[in-house]
Design a protein around this ligand. Structure first.
Ligand code: SAM
Length: 241
């Protein structure tokens, strides 16, 4: 339940150094060195607004398979898994800690947070901050009465569009045909999203990871199940509907 985790009131209040200590420390040291090399008079010193921020989020990240893959493909990008289950998020935290220990210098850009992503994303991220949002095999909530609990819905898509930078991508995949259709229909109907073409998906390293990198995707593949991938771009301005 929500009472058992803290939520920042505003993104500025959150301490990202707890999640990415080596990455941010090294960035600051590099900045300092560059300023020293350039001489103190050479220009404005870097401000807190230049500090790297989370760009990728994996919503309902489960056991973290996608994050771990993305971390080495995009080593310079901060990324965060968000997972509501306490034990599962603790597992991912330990998984990343172990990888950081075993491979010094790697996996410093990936972390996980236990939270309810349907309620609290704006507490963690600012407008336009994210460049990729991933929704891999979200819970289907089959009953009509429970459709409002689906993590892709018209209301939440507006929130996701707010947090995504123009040109940012929202990735979805499901093995449930009905949910795949649902996510496609909601995204097609939203004025701030447009479908990404197959050619662009071919050229995108992250799109190739959707089916097989996560634990749920691997389970579906073992059972020979089909998957339905729908990826959309956040538009600069609403398109005429
Ligand atoms: N994406 C992972 C994968 O592909 O292996 C996990 C898929 S699993 C079917 C759905 C996950 O979403 C579960 O781990 C569940 O706990 C998490 N989840 C459901 N609702 C959530 C919410 N509101 N906030 C964060 N995580 C949530």
């Amino acid at each position: 339940n929500d009472a058992s985790f803290d939520v920042p009131t505003r993104p500025e209040d959150f301490d990202w150094d707890e999640h990415f200590p080596e990455f941010l420390q090294e960035w600051r040291e590099r900045q300092q060195k560059q300023q020293q090399d350039a001489g103190d008079a050479a220009g404005p010193s870097s401000s807190a607004s230049d500090t790297p921020v989370v760009r990728f989020v994996d919503i309902g990240c489960g056991f973290g398979g996608l994050l771990v893959k993305l971390s080495t493909i995009y080593p310079d990008t901060l990324m965060l898994g968000m997972e509501i289950r306490d034990k599962v998020s603790a597992y991912v935290r330990e998984r990343i800690a172990a990888l950081r220990r075993e491979q010094p210098g790697s996996y410093r850009n990936a972390s996980v947070l236990r939270t309810n992503a349907m309620k609290y994303l704006p507490n963690y991220f600012k407008k336009g901050q994210l460049t990729k949002m991933f929704f891999l095999f979200p819970d289907p909530h089959f009953k009509t009465a429970n459709h409002r609990r689906r993590i892709i819905n018209s209301h939440l898509l507006t929130e996701y569009a707010h947090l995504l930078a123009p040109g940012g991508w929202l990735y979805t995949i499901s093995d449930v045909p009905e949910l795949g259709d649902w996510m496609k229909a909601k995204l097609d109907a939203h004025p701030l999203f447009e479908r990404v073409s197959e050619e662009e998906l071919e050229a995108d390293p992250a799109a190739g990871l959707l089916a097989l990198s996560s634990e749920e995707g691997q389970k579906v593949a073992r059972n020979g199940g089909a998957t339905f991938r729908n990826v959309y771009r956040r538009l600069e301005a609403p398109r005429p509907m």
